[in-house]
Ligand binder design. Structure first.
Ligand code: KIV
Ligand code: ZN
Length: 522
């Protein structure tokens, strides 16, 4: 007799989440993070359940090596990976950097596409195959967990890709990554590529296959999911989708697509989704890259319902316009925080509720700033408090600090700024004119801290609503081939601008960039 009972749904297959925010994300122009910021991001990724944290490229600099080593030592659950080219020194540095990890991985890569081999590497396919095998063998002599990536894999000839994959698996690679380095593939193509490689390569069952997609045509997430359908069981992605050019596939979008559309994608991840919003805010603050308002999952409008028709539907039933609840991704409703009569204990517990654990000294500082803000602003919201915490974290190691700023602005120019800074413990004051008040402020900074860094971006947002909202300014400066971005928040846009500009100068100094031969802070 045949049973009419519905068979139990198959257990979803596990897909590993490999986060490369600290490597592919951090290497994009302007997203540089400090050592402390990298540690904080790694801690949250580990807590969130990321399976593999790619912590950096250890051979790039001593700073990168130290950050990867420290993350390896501190990480409690995730595998910690270090990137390496095929060069022996790269492999040795990566293996050394992850040695202190509970489980470390060396991730070695080489270009395999005709255009990259001919113009970038100037090597023949046979040479590239030999380099790949030698790099994996060298890494396997140092560590058990080795990933090999075929850079520009989606523009690689299939036969050659299969030869390489077979060779590196034989040499000991345990994960095979086929990146869409230039964001060129389509979902159908990428799915078929994984199916073909897994079918053709005789030892393909000995390794886990991985997707790694860039977003040049806006298809990184769709391509990654198609790769999973083609048999990949590891997804490489970044928080907020930051990364080279148009970025990488966004972790939060992959995780929520798999969760919300489990019917179409029967795969599971180990990610605690309620931490996604916190991770997004932390990365946005550490990199000073603002999150697009309408960004899926973590944009500030992702759960906002503005039109009357939508609001009416939402009031009748939330499922009319919401496919997931804000709570599943950790969004709490914007809430009015305590006012100026709130005490320190209530403030500390509010911060903890928002996911911030501050030391006593930090709490003292942020609480002082909060009280000042209450004097200047009628309503203080969670977002305002976030901005104060960001400011405290950013300023902890600053050599240049803002003491005071007065600006004369209006229709009758020239606009004039009087600025007082503390530079390495010494106070200095300067007055400067400008073509507009922001220009005057930046000219005053330039007079006090002479530098050749170029202003690459200046952007103003309101942190909350209303004319007394805090302005949040982002400034990106470039010098000696490095770009850094910093943010500053204040109810006064000009003060926020000065804080952001000084923040970027401090980041350049912290990264070892010389601003100018004889500037006051040297
Ligand atoms: O996009 C890419 O190809 C990469 C590799 C180094 C994995 O980031
Ligand atoms: Zn990449």
């Amino acid at each position: 007799m045949t049973s009419t009972a519905t068979p139990p749904a198959p257990t979803p297959e596990r897909v590993l989440i490999f986060d490369t925010t600290l490597r592919d994300g951090e290497q994009c122009p302007g997203a540089t993070m400090t050592f402390e910021e990298k540690i904080q991001v790694a801690e949250l990724l580990d807590q969130m359940g990321v399976d593999i944290i790619e912590a950096g490229y250890p051979a790039a600099s001593n700073g990168d090596f130290e950050a990867v080593s420290e993350i390896a030592r501190r990480t409690e659950r995730a595998i910690v990976a270090g990137l390496a080219r095929t060069a022996p020194n790269d492999i040795d540095r990566a293996a050394a950097a992850v040695r202190g990890a509970r489980r470390g991985r060396v991730h070695t890569f080489v270009s395999t596409s005709p255009v990259h081999m001919k113009y970038k590497l100037q090597k023949s396919p046979d040479e590239v195959l030999a380099m790949s095998i030698a790099s994996v063998e060298r890494a396997r002599n140092l560590i058990d967990d080795v990933e090999w990536s075929a850079e520009d894999g989606t523009r690689t000839e299939l036969d050659f890709l299969c030869r390489c994959v077979e060779g590196v698996i034989k040499a000991g690679a345990t994960t095979i990554n086929i990146p869409d380095t230039v964001g060129y593939t389509t979902p159908d193509e990428y799915r078929a590529l994984f199916r073909a490689v897994r079918e053709r390569v005789p030892n393909s069952d000995k390794a886990i296959f991985s997707v790694h997609c860039h977003n040049d045509l806006g298809m990184a997430v769709a391509n990654s999911l198609a790769g999973v359908e083609g048999g990949a069981r590891q997804v490489e992605c970044t928080i907020n989708g930051i990364g080279e050019r148009a970025g990488n596939a966004a972790l939060e979008e992959i995780v929520m697509a798999l969760r919300v559309r489990g019917d179409a994608y029967p795969y599971d991840t180990g990610i605690e989704s309620t931490l996604l919003t916190r991770a997004s805010k932390l990365v946005a603050s550490a990199t000073s890259f603002p999150v697009q308002y309408n960004k899926a999952i973590v944009g500030r409008n992702a759960f906002a319902h503005e039109s009357g028709i939508h609001q009416d539907g939402m009031l009748k039933h939330t499922q009319t316009y919401e496919i997931m609840t804000p709570a599943t991704v950790g969004v709490s409703k914007t809430s009015l925080v305590m006012g100026k009569h709130s005490g320190r204990a209530a403030f500390r517990s509010k911060l903890e509720e928002m996911g911030h654990r501050l030391s006593d000294n930090q709490l003292q500082d942020v609480f002082g700033r909060f009280k000042d803000l209450c004097d200047r602003k009628k309503h203080v919201y969670d977002e305002d408090i976030e901005a104060l915490v960001d400011e405290n974290v950013a300023e902890a190691h600053n050599r240049i600090r803002l003491v005071s700023l007065t600006v004369i602005a209006g229709t009758r120019g020239p606009q004039r700024a009087t600025l007082r800074l503390d530079i390495d413990g010494r106070a200095a004051t300067e007055e400067a004119d400008g073509n507009g008040p922001v220009d005057a402020v930046f000219n005053a900074i330039k007079a006090l801290v002479p530098h050749e860094a170029a202003l690459e971006l200046y952007q103003v947002h309101a942190v909350t609503e209303g004319t007394d909202a805090q302005a949040e300014v982002s400034v990106r400066l470039g010098a000696e081939g490095r770009s850094v971005t910093a943010r500053g928040a204040d109810p006064d846009t000009l003060v926020a601008s000065a804080k952001a500009y000084l923040g970027a100068l401090n980041k350049l100094l912290a990264g070892g960039t010389r601003l100018h031969a004889q500037h006051a802070a040297e």
